[in-house]
Design a protein around this ligand. Structure first.
Ligand code: ATP
Length: 441
């Protein structure tokens, strides 16, 4: 399949079937912002739920928080966002990295880096670029105070470090996870939802002893955990890779940085999640800027220490997009989204064989109503069975149930598998147990 063509097909399917719409479309749209429709919100929520299950619910050493989108403006001074992003910057049109326009050495080095890969860099015009989206709080004109919509969810965790220590008294190593919206004034949003101005992140800040060697083992550990999480939910291994940041990409405080990248149809491998060893930079900066002591008291040595942090920072919208691309499959005359059952918006669809036979409709509807509180279940009685199957295949529903005349006699139904199209009979009173095993395995 032609790769550009593939993106067109995904975008068209996403719109036609209610996964993703352009924001404010009836007003001509708003660049870089997207609305998730009834199916998109299920897929997105399923991804976030699986993240939370893997990172918080199933672990003893990670806690969750949900910090505000608006934060004290000093947060962004401490994080370096305001300082860095108020300089005139140029952006590399290939990889979207930004450099201070006056930093000729770095710019040349970057051009050479691309040249080695036979790529010729072109740059945007230098401009005073502020990545952060500004907002104004207060009701009296002239007395409003400027705040920023958070540019990353990370800082909401670091500023709560002390609250977590005081309330839960966790022992190192421990982590704080968060999922939520972030906003960036991206110069060039594009490639569907890949680069948006409003997007969601799913993150973990994992605090460890400030031991140079041992902390690198945690970096290794989280690289593998996160990569395997994507694979366990169905992203093809061969479409993923871990890429180490080159020296010119590495922040001065970082002790190691890797990206999990996905092989996209729009220019090859692109970042899905960053796994970064940030040293103690964040806690140190917030201590300095807030005047609060953000150290951890180590009972083993009776000393205060500033932990190191390993950060895993993934994009929920990029995950949605890449799961869609990876699952897209054309099989003779049907399109199938081979989404993992845990991610599929609907798990089951229920059909009466014929819509004009009340006895079939009644039994099918009863099955639908019984399953719906336990599994996201769709109802369809339009057209013929073949069309209904194809319609469910296209949105990734793993199982379809058909109620026919034998069902009335034998109290069983046909269950059809999306991927193999194989059909088996299952007793109606065993359906719940059957799907529990299939979907939650
Ligand atoms: P990029 O280099 O692609 O701009 P980044 O290095 O700026 O990404 P981070 O700041 O590390 O990204 O953010 C962590 C994650 O948040 C990224 O891996 C990505 O999945 C997601 N993300 C970042 N920017 C955007 C965006 N503009 N739209 C959608 N997702 C984004």
């Amino acid at each position: 399949m032609n790769q550009n063509n593939l993106m067109e097909k995904i975008i068209s399917l996403a719109k036609r079937r209610g996964f993703i719409f352009q924001s404010s479309e009836i007003y001509g749209g708003l660049a870089g912002v997207w609305d998730y429709g009834p199916l998109g919100v299920e897929l997105k929520n399923n991804i976030k739920r699986e993240f939370w299950k893997a990172m918080v619910l199933s672990r003893e050493d990670v806690f969750g928080i949900d910090a505000g989108i608006l934060m004290h403006p000093r947060v962004w001074e401490a994080s370096g966002h305001i300082e860095f992003f108020n300089d005139p910057l140029v952006e590399c049109k290939i990889c979207h990295q930004r450099f201070r326009a006056d930093n000729k050495d770095l710019i040349l080095e970057h051009e050479n880096w691309h040249k080695e890969k036979n790529e010729k860099v072109s740059w945007t015009e230098p401009r005073n670029f502020n990545l952060l989206v500004e907002a104004y709080l207060g009701t009296v004109e002239g007395e409003k105070s400027k705040v920023y919509l958070r540019g990353e969810i990370t800082q909401g965790v670091h500023v709560n470090f002390k609250n977590i220590l005081n309330t839960l008294s966790p022992k190192l190593p421990f982590g704080i996870a968060q999922v939520g919206k972030a906003f960036r004034n991206e110069i060039s949003p594009g490639n569907f939802t890949f680069r948006s101005r409003e997007f969601e992140q799913m993150e973990l800040q994992y605090y460890v002893y400030p031991d140079d060697e041992k902390s690198m083992e945690y970096l290794e550990y989280w690289k593998n955990e996160r990569l395997n999480w994507y694979i366990s939910l169905g992203l093809k291994k061969e479409n993923l890779r871990l890429r180490e940041h080159s020296k010119d990409e590495l922040a001065h405080y970082a002790k190691g940085a890797w990206d999990i990248e996905y092989n996209t149809p729009f220019g090859g491998f692109k970042e899905l999640e960053g796994i970064h060893h940030r040293g103690n930079w964040d806690l140190k900066r917030h201590s300095e800027y807030s005047g609060e002591d953000l150290s951890y008291f180590d009972l083993n040595t009776n000393k205060k220490i500033i932990p190191y942090v390993i950060e895993t920072s993934g994009g929920v919208d990029r995950a949605v997009l890449f799961f869609l691309i990876d699952a897209y499959f054309e099989d003779k005359d049907r399109v199938v989204l081979k989404l993992h059952p845990k991610l599929a918006p609907y798990k089951i669809a229920v059909f009466p064989l014929l819509a004009n036979k009340p006895e079939l409709v009644n039994l099918a509807y009863k099955i639908y109503k019984d399953l719906k509180p336990h599994f996201m279940t769709a109802w369809d009685d339009r057209g013929n069975i073949g069309k209904r199957y194809y319609s469910q295949d296209e949105i990734g529903t793993p199982y379809c149930i058909t109620v026919d005349f034998d069902s009335l006699k034998n109290q069983d139904v046909t269950v059809r598998d999306r991927d193999t199209t194989a059909q088996i009979r299952v007793p109606i009173d065993k359906l719940k147990a059957y799907f529990e095993e299939k979907i939650n395995q």
